[in-house]
Design a protein around this ligand. Structure first.
Ligand SMILES: Nc1ncnc2c1ncn2[C@@H]1O[C@H](COP(=O)(O)OP(=O)(O)O)[C@@H](O)[C@H]1O
Ligand SMILES: [Mg+2]
Length: 283
C-alpha cells in the first residue's frame, strides 16, 4: 500500500489517499548495476507471486523520442533540458506509475527525481528551482541507493559500454580528455547523490560488491517494504496422481496424469474446478 504523498504540489486530479501497489526506486550513478539488479528483483518478485513492473528515465511515450533527439544534437540549454526530463517524468507518473500502483503492482523505477536533481546541480542549476519543478513527484515507499566509488565504477563501465558523452559531463566540463572528464563528473555526481541520500533518507546499499551480495541486500530491503502485500498464490494445487512406479516423472505432471489407472478405484477429486479442454467428458 503506497501512501499518496507528494514532495511539493500534488498531481492534479489525484484524490486517493492510498494505492494498493508499492513504489520502489533504485538510484545510483551511470553503470553502477541498476539494470542488472532490477532484472533480478523483478524475476524474484514475480516468482514469489507479486506483480512487478519497471520504468525508468526517458521511457515516456510523450518525451522519450524528443529527449533522445535533443541529446544527439546537444542543442538545448540546461533549463530546457531539465524541463524536458520533467515532462518525461510526469508523463510516466501519470500513465505508467500511478495506474500500475492502482492495479497493485510493485513498480520498480530505474532512477527517479534524485538523479535529475543531482545532474542538474552538478551543472549549476538552482537547487530550489529543480526541486520545485519536480515537486509533483510521489514520495516512494523505498529508495535503494546503489553507492559506489569511482575506482569500482571504472572497470564496470570500461568492460561494458565505455565512456559516454553525457555520462562524462562533456557538455559542461571544459577539458577534452574523456577519461578525466568522466572521473571528475562521476565523482561530483556521486557526491551529490550521497548528499541526497541524507536529505531524502535513502536506503543505502554498498554497490562496491559483487552482483549476488548486492542482490541479497536489495531483496531483504524489498521483503521488508512489501511485507503488508499479499502474494498471488491462488493457482489450484496440482491434482495428485496415483503412483504407478517409483521412477521420477520426466515431464511436469499434467492434469491428465490425475486420471486413475484402468481398473483402479477412482480417486476422490483433489481439486474442484472446470475440466481442462483435453479431459474426456464424464462417463
Ligand atoms: N556488482 C557488479 N560487479 C561487477 N560488475 C557489475 C556489477 N553489476 C553490474 N555489473 C556490470 O557492469 C555493467 C553495467 O551494469 P548495468 O546493470 O547495465 O548498470 P546501470 O544500469 O546502472 O547503468 C554491466 O556490464 C554489468 O554486467
Ligand atoms: Mg541501465
Amino acid at each position: 500500500m503506497t501512501r499518496i504523498l507528494f514532495y511539493g504540489h500534488p498531481l492534479p486530479g489525484m484524490t486517493e489517499e492510498r494505492l494498493p501497489g508499492k513504489l520502489v526506486v533504485v538510484e545510483g550513478t551511470d553503470g553502477v548495476g541498476r539494470s542488472t539488479q532490477i532484472a533480478l528483483l523483478r524475476e524474484w518478485l514475480e516468482a514469489n507471486g507479486f506483480a512487478a513492473t519497471e520504468t525508468g528515465l526517458t521511457r515516456s511515450e510523450l518525451a522519450a523520442a524528443g529527449l533522445k533527439k535533443a541529446k544527439r544534437g546537444h542543442t538545448m540549454g540546461d533549463l530546457t533540458m531539465n524541463l524536458f526530463y520533467a515532462t518525461d517524468f510526469v508523463d510516466r507518473l501519470e500513465k505508467q506509475i500511478i495506474p500500475a500502483l492502482r492495479a497493485g503492482f510493485v513498480v520498480i523505477t530505474d532512477r527517479y527525481i534524485y538523479s535529475l536533481i543531482a545532474r542538474a546541480q552538478v551543472r549549476g542549476v538552482d537547487p530550489q528551482w529543480i526541486r520545485a519543478v519536480l515537486g509533483f513527484a510521489l514520495v516512494p515507499d523505498v529508495v535503494f541507493y546503489l553507492k559506489i566509488d569511482v575506482e569500482h565504477l571504472l572497470p564496470r563501465v570500461l568492460n561494458s559500454r565505455g565512456f559516454d558523452y553525457w555520462e562524462s559531463g562533456t557538455d559542461y566540463l571544459r577539458g577534452d580528455d574523456l577519461y578525466e572528464n568522466y572521473v571528475k563528473h562521476q565523482t561530483q555526481l556521486i557526491q551529490q547523490l550521497d548528499a541526497l541520500a541524507d536529505e531524502y533518507q535513502f536506503h543505502v546499499v554498498d554497490a562496491n560488491r559483487g552482483v549476488p551480495e548486492i542482490f541479497r541486500a536489495l531483496r531483504a530491503g524489498i521483503e521488508n517494504a512489501i511485507d503488508d502485500m499479499q502474494a498471488v498464490t491462488d493457482a489450484p494445487p496440482p491434482a495428485r496422481a496415483p503412483r504407478r512406479s517409483r521412477k521420477p516423472a520426466a515431464r511436469p505432471a499434467s492434469r491428465s496424469a490425475a486420471r486413475p489407472a484402468p481398473g483402479a478405484s477412482p480417486a476422490p477429486p483433489a481439486v474442484a474446478g472446470p475440466p481442462a479442454p483435453s479431459d474426456p467428458p464424464p462417463a
